[in-house]
Ligand binder design. Structure first.
Ligand code: 5GP
Ligand code: ZN
Length: 114
């Protein structure tokens, strides 16, 4: 997808600090962290947002949660706890229109909305 920041990151055109990579999934540190640990996990396939997921993407989403757990384990915050946020669309506050899972960890997170 042209002009997509995250597709450019996947292609190596924009540098990032990588946390995890396989054929389908990439994880890297957020440029503007909202917590001591703020990692973004993205599918390499360009999907705009949750609302644009197809039935065939459901396996991929499951794998993303597997990667999230792997990262939590490796970075040592699995037991302490963490939060996963996916903003979707305009009202959801999504700024980058390439599906991404925020992992926030490293402090007691406040402002629970549910
Ligand atoms: P959204 O608001 O779309 O859910 O979150 C987009 C996230 O992407 C933000 O937390 C923002 O800091 C992060 N971000 C935007 N551009 C870049 C970039 O070029 N590199 C990295 N590492 N993160 C980015
Ligand atoms: Zn993209």
């Amino acid at each position: 997808m042209e002009n997509c920041i995250f597709c450019k990151i996947i292609k190596g055109e924009i540098p990032t600090k990588k946390v995890y990579e396989d054929e389908e999934i990439l994880a890297f540190y957020d440029i503007n962290p909202a917590a001591p640990i703020h990692i973004l996990v993205i599918p390499k396939k360009h999907i705009d947002c949750i609302a644009h997921l197809n039935k065939e993407d459901e396996v991929l989403v499951g794998k993303i949660y597997g990667v999230i757990n792997k990262i939590a384990e490796e970075k040592g915050f699995k037991e302490q706890g963490f939060r996963v946020i996916v903003n979707s669309g305009k009202d959801g506050g999504q700024e980058v229109m390439h599906l991404h899972f925020h992992i926030l960890a490293g402090r007691k997170l406040g402002e629970k909305i549910v």
